[in-house]
Design a protein around this ligand. Structure first.
Ligand SMILES: O=c1[nH]c(=O)c2[nH]c(=O)[nH]c2[nH]1
Length: 287
C-alpha cells in the first residue's frame, strides 16, 4: 500500500448564506429584496488540497463581495441574479469550471410605502453553469398548506405492527418544498413563471380530493407541468404534518373532528417528482 492508493475526491467550495438585503428607492415607495445567497465553485483545485498552493483559489470572501457588488446593479429576479453570478465566476476565473449559485428569497408583504411584514414561504433558485451550459431550477420552500377535510387514507398494507386506523376524513397539512427545472436557461420572465408555478401547486393541493399524500404530490407536480410549458420537471418533498384527533372521552366529551393534536415529529416524508416526456437532459441541474 502506498500513498498513491488514495486520491482526492469530488470537491467544491464557496461562501454559504450571504445575507443580502437590497432596497429599491422609488420616490413614493420602496421595494425590498431579501436574499440568502450561497455560491459553490469547482475546478482545478487539486493543488490547494494536496499542497496548500492557493494560486487557483478565488477566495470565498471574494465570492461574497461579488454578490454585494452585483446587487448594486439591481436584482430583477433571483434566477437572473444567480445566472449572472454563476457565469461570472466560471468565465472570469481560469481555474473554475463549474459554479452553483443557490438563492433563497424571503418575501415581505407591503404594509405601507416603506413598511413591510415578513410572509411565510421562501422562493428559491439553484443555477449551475459549466462554461457552456447553464441550468435553472426554481422553487419554493416551507410553503405551509392545510386542508381540513377532503383527505382520506385507507386500504394500505398492514402487518403485525400496523396500528394506524383507516380514515375517510382527516386533516392534510404539509410544508411544501418544490423544485422545478426550466427546460432552458434563456432569458425569460422568471417572476411570472415563478408566481404561476407556485399558484398552480397550491391550487392543486387545495383541489385534489386526497387518498394519500403521494397522490396529492403527483397531482401538484402534474398541474404545474400541464400549465407551464417552460418547465421540464418538478420534484417535491412533502412532510406529512400529522394532526391527531384527541380522545376527549376521559372527560366525557365527544370530538366530532374539532380538536387535534398537531404533532411536529416524527412525520411522514413523501418525496417524488414528475417529468415531461422528451424533457431535455437535466445536465448539472440537480448537482
Ligand atoms: O398520505 C399518507 N401516505 C402514507 O404513506 C402514510 N403512512 C401513514 O402512516 N400515513 C400516511 N398518509
Amino acid at each position: 500500500m502506498t500513498d498513491h492508493d488514495i486520491r482526492l475526491g469530488d470537491n467544491q467550495y464557496g461562501k454559504a448564506e450571504t445575507r443580502l438585503v437590497r432596497v429599491d428607492r422609488h420616490d413614493d415607495r420602496h421595494e425590498v429584496t431579501d436574499l440568502n445567497v450561497s455560491t459553490a465553485l469547482a475546478g482545478d483545485l487539486a493543488a490547494t488540497h494536496l499542497t496548500g498552493d492557493n494560486a487557483g483559489v478565488l477566495p470565498t470572501d471574494t465570492q461574497k463581495n461579488t454578490v454585494f457588488a452585483f446587487a448594486r446593479d439591481g436584482i430583477s429576479s433571483i434566477e437572473a441574479f444567480a445566472l449572472r453570478l454563476a457565469r461570472h465566476f466560471v468565465d472570469a476565473t481560469p481555474t473554475i469550471h463549474r459554479a452553483r449559485v443557490r438563492i433563497e428569497q424571503y418575501s415581505w408583504a407591503r404594509v405601507a410605502d416603506h413598511s413591510f411584514v415578513r410572509d411565510s414561504g421562501t422562493r428559491t433558485t439553484t443555477v449551475t453553469y459549466d462554461g457552456t451550459a447553464a441550468t435553472v431550477v426554481s422553487g419554493v420552500d416551507d410553503l405551509v398548506v392545510m386542508n381540513t377535510t377532503g383527505s382520506e387514507f385507507h386500504g394500505f398494507h398492514s402487518d403485525r405492527y400496523t396500528t394506524l386506523p383507516e380514515t375517510h376524513d382527516r386533516i392534510l397539512a404539509t410544508a411544501v418544498r418544490a423544485d422545478w427545472r426550466h427546460a432552458s436557461a434563456a432569458d425569460t420572465d422568471w417572476n411570472t413563471s415563478h408566481r404561476e408555478a407556485a399558484r398552480h401547486l397550491v391550487e392543486a393541493f387545495a383541489d385534489t380530493h386526497s387518498l394519500s399524500l403521494q397522490q396529492t404530490l403527483h397531482a401538484m407536480g402534474e398541474r404545474v407541468l400541464r400549465h407551464r410549458e417552460e418547465l421540464a420537471e418538478v420534484r417535491l418533498s412533502l412532510p406529512n404534518k400529522h394532526h391527531f384527533l384527541v380522545d376527549l372521552s376521559p372527560f366525557e366529551l365527544d370530538n366530532p373532528g374539532e380538536v387535534f393534536f398537531a404533532a411536529d415529529r416524527p412525520y411522514g416524508l413523501i418525496e417524488g417528482g414528475v417529468v415531461r416526456d422528451g424533457a431535455p437532459d437535466p445536465g448539472l441541474a440537480w448537482w
